[in-house]
Design a protein around this ligand. Structure first.
Ligand code: NAD
Ligand code: SER
Length: 315
């Protein structure tokens, strides 16, 4: 029987992933957990455990005693927050991964999902249609931690047969929960500000093109990868995954079709250098070939859904 633990469930991805997993496998099969003391309202339909992934012994005890056999490990500091606190970002992003990989190595976990990011690429990577296998010299602490994590995932698979699966998520766009401190957060913020103030001052320049994806696609991809037959999962570092790619100027133009008075201005900050080191678009042909990945949401659909659903009171 499946017993899934989602660690970092209170964040942008976790709060939607837990609901999707409960819908698919039943509420009893999915435990949400986070360092936050109280269960986020949206996750109240099932079990919640307050767990700090850095408390290795407590996490081990919980997983063993509750007979958890699958983990989705989402707890991490994202790119912009990590640059402000590099030591802690390295600690959080790496130590938690080892705790979970070791439990899988010891046979307690059958499968592990751990997300990587487009941040594994760097300024020397080809930026257009970035291939799965290419130069990878990340220049952020976040990117370095994700690249190291990918290497360790592949190592644990090769040496210890740990069934770990991973996706290099692009920037994720959603309206149920606010993003947690990334460089791609502008592509969520813009919708809140468009509805609330009719204007948005963007922290990236007009023509900064980045890969993006609607959350529903990202959640579906994660579950499809986890449910794919083991032999289909040929990449054990992390899969490139593509949804769409756009610039702040292009997304503002699409918003203008719905809100003609909306205005955007640009005040690039430290996040511009991060964005400039990342791909503009992604080649995800391996994910398409190995486990039949296909995105469903393009920019037009995303803009329409976001404008219809964001609650401007949240910001
Ligand atoms: P988020 O910041 O929104 O959520 C992270 C959650 O982890 C938060 O609820 C936080 O309380 C929790 N957490 C923090 N420290 C913890 C600890 N010590 N123990 C337990 N929980 C802790 O992040 P997210 O956007 O949901 O991202 C989840 C994962 O996906 C991360 O690994 C991130 O790097 C990756 N990712 C996200 C994106 C994106 O656009 N959102 C893109 C690429 C990769
Ligand atoms: N959305 C993430 C970030 O900007 C990409 O990993 O940090």
């Amino acid at each position: 029987m499946k017993k899934i633990l989602v660690i970092g469930a209170g964040g942008q991805i976790g709060s939607e992933l837990v609901l999707a997993l409960r819908h698919r496998f039943g509420a009893d099969a999915v435990i949400a957990s986070d360092v936050k003391e109280n269960c986020p309202d949206v996750l109240e339909g099932g079990a919640y455990a307050q767990l700090d992934i850095l408390d290795r012994e407590k996490v081990r005890k919980y997983i063993i005693e509750e007979s958890v056999n699958e983990v989705y490990l989402l707890a991490a500091l994202l790119s912009a927050t990590a640059e402000k606190n590099p030591d802690f970002a390295w600690k959080l992003n790496m130590e938690g991964l080892f705790t979970i990989l070791d439990l899988a190595k010891e046979g307690y976990l059958k499968k592990v999902f751990w997300p990587s990011s487009i941040a594994v690429f760097g300024p020397t990577t080809p930026r257009v249609n970035t291939p799965q296998y290419t130069v990878m010299e990340p220049s952020t602490v976040y990117g370095i931690s994700k690249q190291a994590g990918e290497r360790w995932c592949e190592y644990y698979f090769n040496k210890f047969n740990v069934d770990v699966r991973s996706i290099r998520y692009p920037g994720l766009i959603s309206y149920t929960s606010l993003p947690g401190g990334g460089t791609t957060d502008y592509a969520v913020d813009i919708f809140y500000k468009a509805k609330k103030d009719g204007r948005y001052d963007c922290f990236l320049s007009a023509d900064t093109q980045l890969p993006m994806m609607y959350m529903e696609d990202a959640i579906r991809a994660s579950i499809e990868l986890m449910e794919a037959p083991k032999e289909s999962v040929k990449i054990r570092s992390s899969y490139n995954l593509s949804g769409c790619s756009f610039t702040p100027k292009q997304i503002a133009e699409k918003i203008n079709k719905h809100l003609p008075d909306f205005k955007i201005s640009y005040s690039p900050d430290f996040r511009q250098a991060i964005a400039d080191s990342w791909p503009m678009s992604i080649d995800d042909s391996h994910a398409r070939e190995d486990w039949n990945w296909k995105e469903e949401f393009n920019e037009e659909k995303i803009v329409e859904i976001m404008l219809n659903n964001v609650n401007p009171e949240l910001v």
